[in-house]
Ligand binder design. Structure first.
Ligand SMILES: O=C([O-])CC(=O)C(=O)O
Ligand SMILES: [Mg+2]
Length: 262
């Protein structure tokens, strides 16, 4: 990519407070190389901005439409995806006694999510049973998880409304998971709200919802998203001050000059 321009075509200014160099260095070594400054940057930008940055790179299906935060006081979330895939339940297999096995995939998933990771569950959009409940979510919190995401439902939702763990779901349903879901695989590619999620992708959420950033794009999206928001803050102030859209949004050369010399 042209070093002087962001992915949305807007120029970057020089005083990048995240420090582009340190960020790019952090991403060089592949799977284990996303630096904390990248997560910090993604935590500071909106999911809307991130979807624009992904769109500019050809990715149009990254936002998990329809998922809502369960505790409006805890929506900011950034972490690597730890995935759990469910298939439809079968009555003869999915009975209460399966949980006598502490290594049941649903329980194993909860006990495997690492500090800073986000448990992302594929429930095929099926909300007529819970995918997780309050006790398991509490365990995730104690393990240091960054949050949980499901395209199914949760049970114990009044508890989730108080829980200090960012949690996003497509609905609420008191019925236990076994009624609809059979947990099968951990750490495999999944679909969540029709969005592909690969283990290790970077999951970002705010009050609007959840977006999945493919891992290999996390560094540049974080960098360019910060710059997009700086510019948009300026544009917002211009529009609040009475500026018309023409020349302002998107900014023409005049507006950009004033932005750069502010
Ligand atoms: O059966 C479940 O989904 C688990 C549950 O209620 C909980 O974790 O509190
Ligand atoms: Mg419960």
């Amino acid at each position: 990519m042209d070093g002087s321009k962001g992915a949305d075509g807007t120029p970057r200014d020089g005083n990048d407070e995240m420090g582009s160099n340190s960020v790019e260095a952090a991403g060089r070594n592949g799977q284990d190389a996303i630096g904390p400054e990248v997560f910090d940057a993604l935590r500071r930008v909106s999911t809307a901005t991130i979807t624009t940055q992904l769109f500019a790179r050809g990715l149009r299906n990254a936002f998990m439409a329809g998922l809502r935060p369960l505790n409006p006081a805890f929506t900011r979330m950034v972490g690597e995806a730890f995935t759990l895939r469910n298939i439809p339940a079968r009555e003869d297999l999915d009975v209460l006694s399966v949980f006598k096995d502490y290594d049941h995939p649903q329980r194993l998933a909860v006990e495997s999510v690492g500090p800073g990771q986000v448990l992302v569950m594929d429930c095929r959009g099926q909300t007529r049973a819970a995918s997780i409940g309050g006790i398991l979510a509490t365990r995730l919190l104690r393990r240091g998880a960054a949050g949980l995401v499901t395209d199914g439902a949760v049970r114990d939702s009044p508890f989730f409304a108080q829980l200090e763990l960012p949690s996003f779901a497509a609905g609420v349903c008191a019925t236990t998971n076994l009624a609809r879901h059979h947990a099968v695989d951990l750490q495999v590619p999944i679909g969540c709200a029709e969005v592909p999620v690969y283990p290790g992708d970077v999951i970002v959420a705010d009050a609007e919802g959840v977006v999945c950033v493919p891992r290999h794009l996390a560094v540049e999206v974080a960098r360019d998203a910060l710059e997009q928001e700086r510019l948009e803050e300026f544009i917002q102030a211009e529009v609040e001050g009475g500026a018309p859209l023409r020349g302002t949004y998107p900014p023409d050369e005049n507006t950009l000059r004033r932005y750069r010399s502010r």
